[in-house]
Design a protein around this ligand. Structure first.
Ligand code: AMP
Length: 281
């Protein structure tokens, strides 16, 4: 396993692999790797000749009041996990490498960021699409692996790749959860024990909502209200949003129909957690 910090070197390795006819899989992350990242890496390893992981805490996707500085980092642990998952190359650039002084260019996908996390985290998705664009240009992968955990991010990136005619295929991997149901996240490390205990209520409330829909409920207002009530009853969380949206357009639905994502974001103490579940109605 190689750790590469320079864009030029990364380009050279990728060009060589392409000349050798290797299929390249790519998993972009912000590090502090856990079993969710491992699931993406495992799929990537299985389906490609070259498995590339990037670790970059992207300052452009954090708001001024967000947790860029205190975002957890642990290079040694990440390298161990990557080795275990048989990653070939870790791309580990510095902020200066990715955004040298004078950097000006941003990539913006219209409308899809108008919902869910978009309005609550202004500029976040432009930061995401900008860094993913840069990484795709540097690595030029055949397949890109993303997690369903960040459902809106996956929809936006898939749209961008399609719109910009990249040949890269996108594969979305199911959310990996702790036995309690809590979705794995690097940010779970911020949670105190009582907060972690309360956080179980998020997925439980989403499962309850899915059951309601499967039993015939179609009013999104009722579903959102029931999720909210369950979270309020079992946690001290402050709800940021609870929404039922179309899985492709991300537009909020009054009536549940078709392929739907039920998504939520809550603050437990200072920690913002997101989760979602998919339903077909
Ligand atoms: P992050 O390091 O949080 O930016 O995540 C990097 C990639 O891993 C993204 O595509 C995430 O959606 C994905 N990911 C994060 N947590 C999970 C999880 N619990 N299960 C599956 N994928 C995940």
């Amino acid at each position: 396993m190689k750790t590469i910090t320079s864009i030029h070197q990364m380009h050279e390795l990728v060009s060589l692999a392409k000349r050798q006819g290797k299929k390249i899989g790519f998993v972009p992350t912000m590090g502090y790797l856990h079993a969710g990242h491992a699931a993406l890496l495992r799929q990537c390893r299985k389906e490609n000749n070259l498995c590339i992981l990037s670790i970059f805490v992207n300052p452009k996707q954090f708001g001024p009041a967000e947790d860029f500085r205190r975002y957890p980092r642990n290079k040694k642990h990440d390298e161990m996990l990557a080795k275990k998952e048989k990653v070939d190359i870790i791309f580990y650039p510095s902020v200066k490498t990715m955004y040298p002084t004078g950097y000006l260019t941003y990539v913006h996908v219209r409308t899809l960021a108008d919902h869910l996390c978009g309005p609550r985290r202004p500029g976040h998705f432009d930061g995401v699409t900008t860094i993913v664009t840069k990484l795709l240009n540097i690595i030029n992968p055949d397949v890109l692996y993303l997690g369903q955990k960040d459902a809106q991010q996956a929809v936006i990136i898939a749209q961008m790749i399609d719109d910009l005619n990249w040949p890269t295929r996108v594969k979305i991997i199911a959310t990996v959860r702790e036995p309690s149901g809590l979705a794995m996240s690097s940010r779970n490390s911020y949670l105190s024990d009582p907060e972690r205990y309360q956080a179980q209520a998020l997925y439980r409330s989403l499962r309850m909502a899915k059951k309601l829909i499967q039993a015939g409920e179609r009013r999104s207002g009722t579903i959102k209200q029931k999720i909210n009530a369950q979270i309020k009853k079992n946690t001290l969380a402050r709800v940021d949003y609870i929404e039922c949206v179309d899985a492709k357009t991300l537009v909020p639905l009054r009536t549940i129909k078709g392929h739907v994502i039920i998504a939520l974001a809550v603050f437990l103490g200072k920690t913002r957690l997101i989760d979602n579940i998919q339903v077909r109605a």
